[in-house]
Design a protein around this ligand. Structure first.
Ligand SMILES: *Cc1c(COP(=O)(O)O)cnc(C)c1O
Length: 463
C-alpha cells in the first residue's frame, strides 16, 4: 500500500515513510492510495477473532513493508498494556451497546492508537538508525497517552507542554508521575493556547526542526486512524454474535474528527454500518457542517467534555478529500479559503452526500449531565461526560432498526467532578490510579517563552 497527500504534492510513500512523515510536507494529510475492500465472507470470518489477531488482519491490509512476524509482535506488545482481556469490550446496558475504549494505560481511547504508534516509532527508528524528539502541547488526554506510548522507548525523547494548573488533577498526575529519562513534562506558565502556539513556532523553525529531528504525535498521523479502524470491526463482531444483527449504528463523541473518521474508513472497507452518528458538545463546528454544509470556525467554549473542545478538526481534511471527489486541487483551494475566511461551504449535492454518510447532533451541558444521571439510575453504569455526549446523540438519532453501539472514550474516573455532580457518587478508581498522588513526579516549571523552551529542548534532545 502506498500513501499520498490530500493536497497532491506527495505520493508513492511507503507506510513506514508515511508514519515517520506525520503531516505531509505539502501541508496536507496522508491517506492510503486506495481503501481495501472486504467482502461479507471476509468480514464474517473476522468477527471470530480475538482483538490482537483482528488488529493484525486489518492493519496488514494497510502495511506491506513490515514483515508479518514483526507486525504481529508490535501489535501484541501494544495491546498487552491493556487491563481487559478483550482490549475493547462491548457491554450491553439499557438497550444500547457501550464499546469501552478506556482500558489502556491512561484510561482514554487515545491509548488504542498511541500504544501502537509508540512501538512503531521505536521499531522504525531502530531500523533506520535515526532518533526522534517528539514535541507536543496538551490540554489533557493526548499528552498523557503520547507519554505512555513512548515512555522508556529507545531513540525517542518526548517533550510535552501543559498549562500549569489548567489540566485536571488526574491528567496532570498521569503525566508527571512518568519518570523515565526520555520523558520531559513542561508545566508552562500560560494557557493551552500558549502551549499550542509555542509548539507551532518551534515546528515553524525549519532549521531547528531538522537539526533536532522533531516529530509530532497529534491526531494527524495516519497510523492513529488505522489503529482505530480495528475496534469498529471488533464491536460489530461482538454485537453480531450477541444479536445476530447484520448492520449497526455507531455513535461517536467527536472533537478532531479522528475517531469518527476511522469509522468512515471502516464503512468504506465494507463494514455494514447503517449510520455513523457524529456527536459534538457545544463546540459544534462539525455538527453545523453536517446540518448546513458550511464548515466555519467558532470560538472554543470550555465544557465538561474538554477533550472535544476544539475549533478546527484536524482530521476533517481527510474527509474533505473524499467529499471533493479525491481532487487535491479542490482540497488545496478549500483549505486556502478556510485559512483566509475561516469558512468553507460545499455544494448542495455534496451536502446531500455528507448527510447520507453522517447524522449529527449537538448535546448541551445540561443534556450531558442528565444523560449521566439517568443512565446511572437505570443501570448503575457510570458514563464519563464524553461518552454521555455520544449516548445522548445515539438515543436521539438511532431509528431503532438496528443495534446502537456508543463509543465510550474515557473512564469516568478521569472526569470525576462532573460525574460526581451527575450521579452523586465517586466512580470506583481503576488500579492504575490508586495511590497516584503519592508516586514520584518529574516535571519542570518553565515560562511560556518559545526561546526558553527551545533552549530547554536543545540541551536535552537526542541527536
Ligand atoms: C480525544 C478525545 C475525544 C475526541 O476524539 P477525536 O478523535 O478528536 O474526535 C473524545 N473523548 C475523549 C475522552 C478524548 O480523549
Amino acid at each position: 500500500m502506498k500513501y499520498k497527500s490530500t493536497r497532491g504534492q506527495v505520493s508513492g510513500l511507503s507506510f513506514k515513510d508515511a508514519v515517520l512523515m506525520g503531516l505531509a510536507t505539502d501541508g496536507g494529510l496522508l491517506l492510503p492510495e486506495s481503501i481495501p475492500h472486504l467482502n461479507r465472507g471476509e468480514i464474517e470470518a473476522l468477527t471470530k477473532l480475538a482483538y490482537p489477531e483482528l488488529a493484525f488482519q486489518i492493519i496488514s491490509r494497510f502495511v506491506d513493508d513490515i514483515p508479518s512476524a514483526d507486525l504481529k509482535t508490535l501489535i501484541e506488545r501494544s495491546y498487552a498494556t491493556f487491563t481487559h482481556d478483550e482490549i475493547t469490550p462491548v457491554v450491553h446496558e439499557d438497550g444500547i451497546f457501550v464499546l469501552e475504549l478506556f482500558h489502556g494505560p491512561t484510561l482514554a481511547f487515545k491509548d488504542v492508537a498511541l500504544q501502537l504508534l509508540g512501538n512503531l516509532f521505536q521499531y522504525l527508528l531502530k531500523e533506520s538508525g535515526q532518533k526522534m524528539n517528539i514535541i507536543g502541547a496538551t490540554s489533557g488526554d493526548t499528552g498523557s497517552a503520547a507519554i505512555y506510548g513512548v515512555r522508556g522507548k529507545e531513540n525517542i525523547n518526548i517533550f510535552i507542554l501543559h498549562p500549569e494548573g489548567k489540566v485536571s488533577p488526574i491528567q496532570e498526575l498521569q503525566m508527571t508521575t512518568v519518570t523515565e529519562d526520555n520523558v520531559f513534562n513542561l508545566a508552562i506558565d500560560g494557557t493551552f493556547d500558549d502551549g499550542q502556539r509555542i509548539v507551532k513556532e518551534i515546528f515553524g523553525d525549519l532549521e531547528f526542526k531538522s537539526k533536532y529531528a522533531l516529530g509530532a504525535v497529534n491526531s494527524i498521523n495516519w497510523a492513529r486512524v488505522m489503529a482505530q479502524v480495528v475496534y469498529y470491526f471488533y464491536a460489530y463482531g461482538q454485537v453480531r454474535k450477541k444479536t445476530g444483527a447484520d448492520s449497526v449504528y455507531f455513535s461517536v463523541p467527536t472533537g478532531n474528527f479522528g475517531d469518527i473518521f476511522a469509522g468512515y474508513i471502516a464503512k468504506r472497507m465494507g463494514l455494514p454500518i447503517k449510520e455513523l452518528i457524529l456527536a459534538t458538545n457545544q463546540n459544534d463546528i462539525l455538527t453545523r457542517f453536517v446540518q448546513t454544509g458550511t464548515y466555519s470556525i467558532g470560538k472554543v467554549s470550555p465544557s465538561i467534555s474538554p477533550s472535544m473542545d476544539i475549533q478546527i478538526a484536524s482530521n476533517f481534511e481527510r474527509y474533505l478529500y473524499y467529499l471533493l471527489g479525491e481532487n487535491p486541487e479542490r482540497v488545496q483551494q478549500a483549505m486556502d479559503e478556510f485559512s483566509q475566511d475561516g469558512s468553507i461551504s460545499v455544494s448542495e449535492q455534496e451536502l446531500k452526500r455528507v448527510q447520507q454518510e453522517f447524522t449529527a447532533c449537538t448535546v448541551s451541558e445540561a443534556q450531558t449531565l442528565e444523560t449521566i444521571t439517568d443512565f446511572y439510575r437505570l443501570t448503575s453504569y457510570v458514563l464519563d461526560p464524553h461518552t454521555a455526549v455520544g449516548v445522548h446523540a445515539g438515543k436521539t438519532l438511532c431509528k431503532g432498526d438496528a443495534p446502537l453501539i456508543c463509543l465510550s472514550t474515557a473512564h469516568p474516573s478521569k472526569f470525576e467532578a462532573p460525574v460526581q455532580s451527575a450521579c452523586g457518587i465517586i466512580p470506583r478508581q481503576p488500579e492504575s490510579l490508586v495511590g497516584i498522588e503519592s508516586r514520584p513526579k518529574r516535571c519542570e516549571k518553565i515560562a511560556a517563552s518559545t526561546e526558553l523552551i527551545k533552549k530547554f529542548i536543545s540541551e536535552r534532545a537526542l541527536s
